[in-house]
Write a new protein. Structure first.
Length: 328
């Protein structure tokens, strides 16, 4: 039977529905306070350990938040980004988009502390979700109750990270497709993009916007020209090592200023600029910029919970890893 455009569209919608439904079903088995009987002090242990690292290196908070995002968008929130590669199987952490991730040592330290108190009980996937929440809180951001009960996956494949993680040069259409395929909404997209209020980036992630946007040695016309000049002073052509602040002046503080920058065409990545190419995401950007982030904290907490529900393993699926880098 030939697949007509109409039939293809119907099949696509069906797959989207099934994907979203599986996220919802798994999420229903998560619960706030899942460990209250079997490991009642887990959240205190996580927060205490994370604080020791963030106090010494505040910039690590952004990496820990990003790690949770990178985990959830590949195979769901199952801790697969933490698994080490095997000789015959490159894992997610060795995929190009994950090479700049930092903070695995923090996760390992938290896991070791939790295992000492409650051996074989708390999953690495849940630890990662709790770490992300605490990293945001310790950077001045919102606090939310993290539903737990995730179990760890046993599979991690490098190429799946390349396929599933939205790149910094993504346009609004591909961003929508990526988020919708995970059961997330357009609001989740624009809200979670606000995580770029903390952290840094290598010049290579956006240098094409400065020097060769269309392949003719030009700059991205959607990038504010004065911001482009400032970035060129920091990032020379083909610079592989230099890093810049994603939210200049407050890259260690979780606040609303990301939206102010994007509204002024000073978002660092194409994916930031793309938020102005959809009327709904643009309206949200302008609202937060105009109201100084009036609803951003509450919205971010809600969207993080939504993201944390993606493709979770619960019940008897998966396992509780003893060490986050290795399957049992």
């Amino acid at each position: 039977m030939a697949i007509t455009p109409k039939l293809f569209f119907l099949l696509f919608l069906q797959l989207m529905f099934i994907s979203s439904l599986s996220n919802i079903v798994g999420a229903q088995e998560l619960a706030v306070g899942f460990y209250q009987d079997c490991c009642p002090g887990v959240e205190y242990i996580v927060a205490k350990t994370v604080a020791q690292y963030v106090k010494k290196q505040p910039s690590i908070a952004a990496s820990l938040l990003r790690m949770h995002f990178h985990d959830c968008f590949v195979r769901g929130c199952d801790g697969s980004v933490l698994l080490n590669s095997l000789p015959n199987n490159p894992a997610e952490k060795d995929a190009f988009p994950n090479l700049s991730l930092k903070g695995y040592n923090v996760v390992d330290a938290v896991k070791a502390a939790v295992e000492k108190q409650c051996p074989g009980v708390v999953s690495c996937a849940d630890i990662l979700a709790l770490i992300a929440r605490d990293a945001v809180r310790m950077s001045g951001g919102p606090v939310w109750k993290v539903p737990t009960g995730r179990r760890d996956g046993r599979v991690s494949i490098s190429r799946e990270a390349l396929i599933n993680l939205p790149p910094p040069f993504a346009n609004i259409s591909s961003l929508k497709s990526s988020f919708f395929s995970k059961g997330l909404s357009l609001k989740d997209l624009v809200v979670l993009s606000g995580s770029h209020t903390i952290g840094v980036s290598h010049c290579t992630s956006f240098s094409n916007r400065l020097y060769n946007f269309t392949g003719k040695g030009d700059a991205d016309p959607k990038l504010d020209k004065y911001y482009a000049i400032a970035l060129k002073k920091k990032c020379k052509p083909n610079d592989q090592k230099k890093i810049v602040e994603m939210d200049p002046g407050s890259f260690k503080t979780f606040d609303h200023s990301y939206y102010t920058l994007v509204s002024k065409r000073r978002g660092l990545f194409q994916s930031d600029s793309a938020l102005l190419d959809d009327p709904d995401t643009k309206a949200y950007v302008q609202l937060q910029a105009r109201t100084r982030g009036a609803t951003f904290a509450a919205d971010f907490a809600e969207s993080m919970i939504n993201m944390g529900n993606i493709g979770v393993l619960t019940g008897t699926d998966g396992e509780i890893r003893r060490r986050c880098g290795f399957v049992n």
